[in-house]
Structure formats: structure tokens, C-alpha cells
Design a protein around this ligand. Sequence first.
Ligand SMILES: Nc1nc2c(ncn2[C@@H]2O[C@H](COP(=O)(O)OP(=O)(O)O)[C@@H](O)[C@H]2O)c(=O)[nH]1
Ligand SMILES: [Mg+2]
Length: 505
Amino acid sequence: MTDVETPPDAAVSSRTRDDHIAAADAVVAAIDPGLNSPGVATRDVVLVAGPWLAGSTSVMAALRDRMPQTVFVESTELVAGEAPAAVVFVVSAAAPMTESDCALVDLASRYTDLVVGVVSKIDAHRDWRDVRDADSAILTERDARYARMPWVGVAAAPDLGEPQLDELVDLLSAQLADPDIARRNRLRAWETRLEAVIGRYEADGSGADRQARVDVLRERRVELARARRLTRTERSIALRSQLQQARVQLGYFARNRCNSVRTELQEDVAGINRRRIPAFEEYVRRRAEEVVHDVDEGVTQHLSGVATELELTAPPPMASAGAGLPAQPAVVPVLPSPPLKSRTPETRLMLVLGGGFGLGVAVAVSRLLAGAAPKLAVAGLVVGAVVGLLLAVWVVGTRGLLHDRAVLDRWVGEITTTLRSAVEELVATRVLAAESALTAESAAREETESAAAAEKTAAIDAELREHAIATARAAAQRDRRIPPLRRALGAVRADLYGNSGATGE
Ligand SMILES: Nc1nc2c(ncn2[C@@H]2O[C@H](COP(=O)(O)OP(=O)(O)O)[C@@H](O)[C@H]2O)c(=O)[nH]1
Ligand SMILES: [Mg+2]
């Protein structure tokens, strides 16, 4: 089909073009037979490109008009992997090229060796020759291969007069007619492709794109270790200081409680009467029990608060209740009874003294009455005896009560001292037990967390190792692949630009 419809000379030129392409591929394949295609297909079209408003649409329209047998396209009409046979790059004569214009030429001429520079709107800018020379110098400076790029001035859509395009048309026709053009374009495509492949091997080998991930991993690893260390220190300091505080506060609480109970009881003793004395001992014992219970309760509460704050399990309510045993009530110390009975010699002495005093009063009263009325001497004797007896009983009784109060007061003092040592001991024992329980639990938790952190660190290390291995592998591949690629690139450049220092080796 194709052969029938294609004119004979076109078929010939197409065959020659394939030959030229094969010749270019042979240059590369001679060095590495594995390199068989630069990955682009050359289309038989001329790309007209240029920066915005430079005049490329006008130039293309004029060229289509003047060279109807040639196909002209704009960059949007080419798809990826397609390369034009020639590039006409249009810049305005208004000003020399900028950096972005240069980047545009680089892009347009990636796979094409034949590039023609066009300075447009020369009808409007008299100094266009200076601009053209400046543009040429700028590109030559950028890359040696632009040194051979021809430049022409055109006026494709002048405000006045005829379009000036002759020079461009002649130049383009002549260049397109060059039979070597296909081979050169193919070599140029190879040059770009080889540079890209070398660049990729180099990037992979240096691990540049892995570096960011590796940095993140390293940072995470350091952070993990730091956090671990910090938690450990913070927790042990908190535990120690909280327990110290518990010891001080609970000790103070226990002492205070005993002191206030003693004051209360001593006040009670100061106002006590005979009837209440028998029940007083029982009352004191009850109060002592209350104090022990309160202190025990206070200790339980405080220690469970400490445990909650440290996020640990609250210690059992009683120190004596070990693991598994039911909680026991706090032990009230053994308190002696008040020594109220043991005062026989004193009692006897008191009876004698009271009796003597009563007798004295009785004698005095009866004498007084006998002197006043001698007839009533018998009655006076009786009255004196009664008054003396009453007074004797009162003196003995009051003396006994005062004595009992003194005894009770001493007793209260003694038993509150006993009670105080007992509750202080209770506090000390329970805080100590809590300390060992909490420390053990904290250590266990520490161990679990350390194990978890070690696992995380190991995972990070494994990934880091993987990256290191992959990078080393890529580096080995780079070292193996790049030398032949460089040799191929050198051969391509030598062919394209001559041997003037472009061998690449
Ligand atoms: N004086 C003058 N103006 C031109 C010439 N060529 C194009 N222009 C003007 O430059 C502007 C942009 O032209 P256009 O071809 O659309 O440029 P494009 O954006 O590069 O495609 C338009 O206003 C054109 O009239 C020329 O040769 N001489
Ligand atoms: Mg346009």
C-alpha cells in the first residue's frame, strides 16, 4: 500500500533515512550492543517554537505559505517520545534572550540537531542585528553545540510592507535537503538519552533520593533514645520525691492527730467527776482506736494518690497484708489501764488525816456550843460529831477525786505517747512497703518499655540497613554501567561536534 501511494523519490529518501538512522545507532551499539534505541521517534515535521508573543505563530503561518511541501507544527502538536526533524526557534528582535528563553531552546532541541534561530519583527527593530549577535553569543556561552546554530532575521507579519522571509526559507530548505540530517538528529537524541541515563545512575548511586528518608530515620532513632532516657530519669525522680513527701506529710499528720487527742482527753480529765471515772478508760481506748484507724486510712489514701499520679497500681491497704492475703485492720497498741486502785497507804493516810480533821472540827464545834449554852452540852456534842463527820467525809472524798484526776492525766499523757510511737511506726512501715512495691512495679514497666523501644530501634536499623544495601547496590551498578555509557556518549559527541574536546572521557 505505502509503496504504491508514496512517490518513488520519497520512498528512496525514506530508505536512505532509515540507513542514516541505522548508521547513527551503530556508533552507540559498537560500544555497548545493549543500547539499541534512544527511545524517541523522529517525525518528518518542522517544529516552530518560541517564547510567548515572540511571533512564532506568524512565522509558522508564513512558512506554511512559502514551503507548502513541508509540515510545520507547534510544540503542542507533538506527543511525548516524538521528535521533530528540525526546530525553528523564534525570538523577538525587541530584546536579547532571557534565561527562560534559553531553557525553552534546550527543551525544543532535546532530540533534534538541526536548530535554526530566528529573530522576528525586524521591520520594527532597526538594531535587530545586534540582538541577533547577542542571542547567538548567549547560546554559545550556554552550550558549545549552539555555536553552529545559524541565525536569520525575519519579518513575518510586518506592520508595513511585504514579509521578509527569503533568507529563512533558503536556509531551511538547504538544511532539510542535507542527507546527513537524519543521522545527526538521531545522534543528538542519543546524546540526550545517554546523558539522562548517566544522570539517573549517578543519582541512584549517590543515594540522593534515599537521603531524605535516611535522615528522617536517623532523627527518629536519636529521638527515641532520648525520650527513653528522659522518661526513665523523670519517673525515678518522681517516685523518690513523692515517697519522701509522703513520709514527711504522713508523719506530721500522725503526730498531730495524737497531740490533739491528748489535749482533748486532758481537758476531759480536768472536768471529770467520780461517776464518769469508771467509763473513762473505755472511752480513751475507743479514741485511740479511732486515731489508729484515721492514720491508717490517711496513709492508704495518700499512697493511692501517689500511685495514681505515677500511673502505678495502688499498694494494698495494709502493710501486713501481703499479696493474696485479705486486708487486716490496723493494730492498736497494747495500752495499760490507769493505776487508780493502787493507793492503799495513801488512802489510809488520807482517812487518818480526814478523821483527825473531822475530830478536831467536832471537838471545836461541841465546845463552842457547850460554852454558849451549857445546858445543851449533849446536843452540842451530837451536832459537833455530825459536822466533824461530814467534813471528814468531804475532805477525804475531794482529796480522792483530785488524786484520781492527777493519775488519769498522767495516764493519758503516757498512753498518747505510746499511741504516737505506734502510729509513727505504722506510717514508716507502710510507706516503706509502698516504696518497695512501687519501685518493683516501676522497674517492671521500665523493662517492658525498654523492650518496646528496642524493637522500634531495631526496625529503624533494619530499614536503614536496607537503604544502605540498596544504595551500595546502586553504586555498584553505577560503577559498572557508567563507563560504557560515557564511552558511548563520547563517541556520539565526537561524531556530532568533531573531536574538539567533546569526547566526554
Ligand atoms: N511588527 C511586527 N509585528 C509582528 C511580527 N510578527 C508578529 N508580530 C506581532 O507580534 C504579536 C505576536 O505574534 P504571534 O505570531 O501571535 O506570536 P506568538 O505568540 O509567538 O505566536 C502579534 O501582535 C503580531 O502582530 C512582525 O514581523 N513584525
Ligand atoms: Mg502563538
